[in-house]
Design a protein around this ligand. Structure first.
Ligand code: NAD
Ligand code: ZN
Length: 360
């Protein structure tokens, strides 16, 4: 392509507010193609109870599928869901609604893409490999931090790689931001996923790809993170602010890139299945030489909320294990270039990277 600047998609419609989830039914109604074309709700199984199920606006042959977020989404899991939906209904669904944290938000995006594009999910891992629009899809985050609700990617673990389906069709058509849905998030999970947002800000704001677009969102998100994690504000205000921080953090990296913590954390996730939020925290604490101010703030936040990060995660690994993680991490060229500049390979050698892993 000859164009110098990316023409990047944004979520065209968003609702924000406590209790706004109750508007989902009226939002979906005009998008219903006919009574045979169902809406499929993919919901984090934390919400598998009658009280929550009663709030889902099911009509006709709509289907509610509860899914565990214990493991990060896989390409096979996407393929299986797509097949199940295709086998069950004569018509394509009217749309897909993802309700949950980053895991469910990513799954729902991928299912919406694959229902309208032939083949398997792994074929679309990469950049701009999706040819046809996704089905109409709606995202409803229930934890704040990943920015998956605004991003143009869905990160999937495939047979060969952990990589996003990055495309203009990945982005949600509609998002519902209801901070009440995050009330039940356990404290540690709140912290780890919230730190994903904080780290998005630090990596974006300290990257060589920074521009005024990214900076404007990143600075706002960082300010909100500081209020949420370092000040004592009322809980409802804190939920509102972290939800908006996640949104702005996601917007910030959309037009720049993440950095070292994300690259290194991908290695941990690939080899050991360490989840994104906690993985980023495990890595970020050791990145003081690259992000001095960010790491200092991070330490204050850890202390204030009395979070005990696991230790010795890499203590029993073999040289082969380290080689695998180093390879996965160093394969993320754009992240390193953003963090360290074009000459990044002379700065982050495999040896230096392994030394970081060995401290985790
Ligand atoms: P998650 O979705 O993995 O969920 C973490 C845990 O919280 C799960 O046990 C889940 O059941 C539980 N949970 C969710 N909502 C809850 C609620 N309201 N109350 C109680 N428990 C609740 O967590 P996450 O950190 O939001 O998402 C991580 C995933 O997001 C990773 O797979 C990562 O790759 C992905 N991610 C995607 C993007 C993107 O742009 N697409 C960006 C960052 C991360
Ligand atoms: Zn992240």
């Amino acid at each position: 392509s000859t164009s110098q600047y990316r023409n990047f998609p944004m979520v065209p419609r968003v609702v924000f507010g406590e209790g706004s989830f109750s508007q989902l039914g009226e939002i979906l109604l005009p998008k219903r193609r006919n009574s045979e074309a169902p809406f499929i709700f993919l919901v984090d199984d934390f919400f598998e109870n009658e009280e929550f199920a009663a709030q889902i606006p099911l009509i006709f042959n709509d289907e509610l599928i509860f899914i565990s977020a214990n493991e990060e989404p896989k390409t096979e899991q996407v393929d299986a869901l797509v097949k199940r939906i295709q086998d069950t209904y004569e018509e394509l669904p009217s749309g897909i609604i993802g309700i949950g944290g980053g895991t469910l938000l990513d799954l729902a995006k991928a299912v919406a893409i694959l229902l309208n594009n032939n083949g398997r999910a792994e074929q679309y891992q990469g950049w701009d490999l999706v040819n046809r629009p996704a089905l109409y899809h709606v995202g409803v985050p229930t934890i704040s931090g990943t920015g998956a609700e605004v991003s143009r990617t869905t990160v999937l673990l495939g047979p060969e790689k952990k990589l996003g389906i990055n495309s203009d069709y990945t982005t949600y058509d509609q998002v519902i931001l209801d901070p009440d849905l995050t009330k039940t998030v356990p404290k540690e999970q709140w912290f780890y996923t919230g730190m994903d947002c904080f780290i998005h800000c630090i990596e974006s704001l300290n990257g060589t790809y920074l521009n005024a677009f990214s900076q404007s969102y990143g600075e706002k998100a960082l300010e909100l993170c500081k209020e949420v994690f370092l000040e004592d504000i009322p809980e409802c205000e804190s939920r509102d602010k972290l939800m908006m921080a996640s949104w702005h953090g996601g917007m910030s990296i959309a037009y720049s890139q993440v950095g070292i913590a994300h690259a290194v954390s991908y290695g941990l996730s690939y080899l050991l299945g360490v989840k994104h939020g906690i993985g980023n925290c495990l890595v970020f604490q050791h990145l003081g030489e690259f992000y001095p101010d960010g790491v200092q703030l991070f330490r204050k936040m850890i202390e204030k909320h009395n979070i005990k990060l696991p230790q010795g995660v890499c203590s029993n690994l073999t040289q082969n294990d380290f080689d695998i993680m180093v390879n996965v991490a160093l394969g993320m060229d754009a992240l390193w270039e953003n963090a360290l500049g074009k000459e990044w390979k002379t700065i982050m050698t495999p040896e230096r990277l392994q030394a970081i892993y060995q401290r985790i």
